[in-house]
Design a protein around this ligand. Structure first.
Ligand code: PXG
Length: 288
């Protein structure tokens, strides 16, 4: 596998970062996860924009223009002869000393991985995914804002460990006030009486690119959709529930905390949004 690392394309075995890199030592960095569909880097510009927004919060200067980053992504895919898969783009604070002071890191580390992706089983898109509510609450916006796609994913990892212990693929995290926020790697939507709801970003969630794409699709399909707070009660009693994310795409949820949602199958609105999403992913993006 060919990796882009700090201006060079190197073999995976040569792709090494310093043990003094603050991305490793302190999680001081940002990243993006991007999908490649049949030669189309889906929403590439939107992912790059979000990377820069995340970096701005960290006051982390990315040593490339957005255009250069796009070229790096394209070239990394080409050099790996990849037409479909998953791209991981990472920018860390860079090599420093053992102190936390970001000023000691003179230049950010930038690397890009283009690889195949492990997907959820196809049957899960029909039968739905069982999830649980994690005891781990989502970070408040005042405590490492979840809008920053940072290398600080322990909040998500703790919730993922709870999902593993419960033998389910995903876990929902609530806000400190007990309002539904998002899952460890996906945004959440519910449908009730043909109206779609999804938590507002200000609650403290990642401003998901798939989320925003699906919101646009819902409007185009003529559905009523609101960014509105809801609780576990609303999810348990929803007509449909689904998750959105780069890896998950649009995936139905069949149960939360062992409460079967409606008939426990993929609902018609979820299905229509998934079908539209599948058509669209090869269209909108950057062609390699
Ligand atoms: C906390 C969180 N919330 C929502 C999403 C969905 O956002 P996008 O629609 O922009 O992807 C994410 C992103 N989640 C994500 C991204 C890439 C890979 C994987 C994986 O599970 O391997 C997960 C995420 O990490």
């Amino acid at each position: 596998m060919i990796i882009y690392l700090d201006g060079n394309y190197v073999q995976e075995s040569e792709a090494k970062v310093s043990v003094f890199d603050h991305g490793l030592l302190y999680g001081d960095g940002v990243f993006e996860g991007i999908r490649l569909y049949d030669g189309n880097i889906f929403k590439c510009k939107e992912h790059i924009d979000r990377l820069y927004c995340s970096a701005k919060m960290l006051m982390l200067e990315i040593p490339n223009t957005k255009e250069e980053i796009e070229e790096i992504i394209v070239n990394t895919c080409r050099k790996n002869n990849l037409t479909s898969g998953y791209i991981r783009l990472v920018v860390t604070r860079g090599k420093g000393d053992l102190g936390i002071d970001p000023r000691k890191c003179k230049k950010a580390t930038v690397f890009c991985i283009a690889a195949t992706i492990n997907l959820y089983p196809e049957e899960m898109y029909e039968k739905g995914m069982p999830i649980i509510t994690a005891s781990q609450r989502r970070n408040k916006a005042t405590i490492v804002d979840p809008q920053v796609k940072s290398l600080n994913y322990l909040n998500n990892v703790f919730a993922k460990i709870e999902a593993i212990h419960a033998n389910v693929p995903e876990a929902l995290m609530l806000t400190h006030d007990g309002i539904a926020a998002e899952c460890t790697g996906d945004n959440i939507f519910i449908v009730k009486d043909n109206i779609i709801y999804t938590p507002p970003v200000y609650l403290g969630i990642l401003d998901g690119i798939t989320r925003n794409t699906v919101i646009d699709f819902a409007k185009e399909l003529g559905y009523e959709i609101y960014e509105k707070e809801f609780t576990q009660f609303n999810i348990y009693n929803a007509d449909e529930c689904f998750l959105t994310g780069t890896a998950a795409e649009v995936i139905p949820v069949c149960s939360l905390d062992r409460r079967i949602i409606a008939d426990g199958k993929c609902g018609p609105i979820t299905k229509s949004l998934l079908n539209k999403f599948k058509e669209y992913v090869k269209v909108d993006g950057t062609k390699i």
